[in-house]
Design a protein around this ligand. Structure first.
Ligand SMILES: *Cc1c(COP(=O)(O)O)cnc(C)c1O
Length: 356
């Protein structure tokens, strides 16, 4: 690859920030003053620009709309008491983004564009990072194919964007979950481990049908037996059984490797909680439940961080849990918060400082 392209910066005339009340902001609704845009053409990335947030002009034949080469990431930036901006583990998201790109037959985005571009963009829109507790700036990198052609083949051109959205606390009421037995999110050899748009599109009907039955989301199971547990909605899942935190292992490629999942596992080990990353099936959960050994069930992901689960329904057998009594998930949530707020030593080097 040729030398990294320069990033040009065009600033807005007047910030929209003064028009927006950063209290009680809904998730992903408001966007900051600037965005990053880059184009891939003739085997290289070019036109890397930070410019005012604005609509895109796209052809109806745009390949991404028809054939779905589209991937994204979700990352959060925080501000400390001194006003310094930090991004939580962005290098991990950067690497995962390029693993998704490879699986979807898309070009990788170089570090100089993804990381340096994100740094410059956030530095420019730093005032948009809410300083309040549980608030953050949500970072959304996205890449999609842009060939204007209906022939089916990997696109030769792509667009990469980073947009930023200030976000408030993402309170999740404890969830009621239906164990999914009809639909499948991911199968071995498929695209389940990648953060591609189609995984979300393909999961929505299951969630909608679960909602009609009074449930918030589904617990995804394997494609063959509908027994081996994968993820809960679009989050990774943890079970605390006999005091051991268990989460499904990654080897089949059916699980999205969450950065929160990894942070939770490392944090739990720090706290002396035994963690097991392995295959786990619903029969084991039912048996442990009947023996009174399941103390916590929760989901993990960047948006909600920890989402407690209060009910699982497997073939009409209802398992109830009491999130009020959850200890491990509460402890890990405050441990993560303390690292983000600079109240706990960042021994893993997770807080990546934004700087000019
Ligand atoms: C993004 C995502 C997650 C959570 O990943 P984090 O890095 O923790 O935000 C889990 N499952 C799916 C399917 C996802 O797309």
């Amino acid at each position: 690859m040729t030398a990294a392209p320069d990033i040009s910066i065009t600033r807005i005339q007047r910030s929209k920030l003064q028009d927006i009340n950063l209290e009680n902001i809904p998730f992903g609704k408001y966007f900051t003053d600037h965005m990053l845009e880059a184009d891939y053409e003739n085997g290289e990335w070019k036109n890397v620009e930070i410019k005012p947030y604005q609509p895109l002009l796209l052809e109806p034949s745009l390949a991404a709309l028809h054939y779905g080469q589209a991937i994204f990431e979700g990352i959060k930036a925080y501000k400390d008491q001194q006003g310094n901006a930090f991004i939580f583990r962005p290098q991990d998201n950067f690497k995962r983004f390029n693993r998704s790109a490879e699986r979807m037959n898309m070009p990788v985005v170089p570090e100089e564009i993804f990381m340096d571009g994100m740094n410059k963009l956030i530095n420019l829109d730093k005032n948009w990072i809410p300083a309040k507790k549980d608030h953050s700036l949500y970072i959304r990198p996205v890449m999609f194919s842009t060939d204007e052609l209906l022939g089916v083949r990997p696109s030769e051109t792509y667009k990469f964007l980073i947009i930023l959205s200030p976000t408030g606390p993402y309170f999740v009421d404890p969830m009621k979950i239906l164990v999914e037995e009809k639909y499948t999110r991911a199968a071995p050899g498929g695209v389940g481990f990648s953060k591609n748009a189609g995984n979300y599109g393909g999961s929505m009907l299951a969630a909608t049908e679960a909602k009609k039955k009074g449930y918030d989301q589904v617990l995804w199971t394997d494609a063959f037996e509908h027994k081996w547990l994968q993820e809960v909605g679009m989050m990774n899942v943890f079970f605390v059984i006999n005091g051991i935190a268990i989460t499904p292992s990654l080897e089949e490629g059916t699980i999205l490797e969450g950065v929160t999942r990894d942070s939770v596992m490392k944090g739990l080990k720090e706290m002396g909680v035994k963690v097991e990353e392995r295959k786990i099936n619903i029969d084991e959960v039912v048996a442990a439940y009947n023996a009174g050994k399941v103390s916590e069930v929760f989901g993990t992901g960047t948006a909600a961080v920890i989402a407690p689960i209060k009910e699982l329904n497997y073939k009409g057998f209802i398992m109830k849990f009491d999130p009020e009594t959850y200890k491990i998930s509460k402890a890990i949530k405050s441990w993560l918060n303390d690292i983000r707020e600079g109240k706990h030593e960042d021994k893993f080097g997770w807080m990546w400082k934004v700087g000019a």
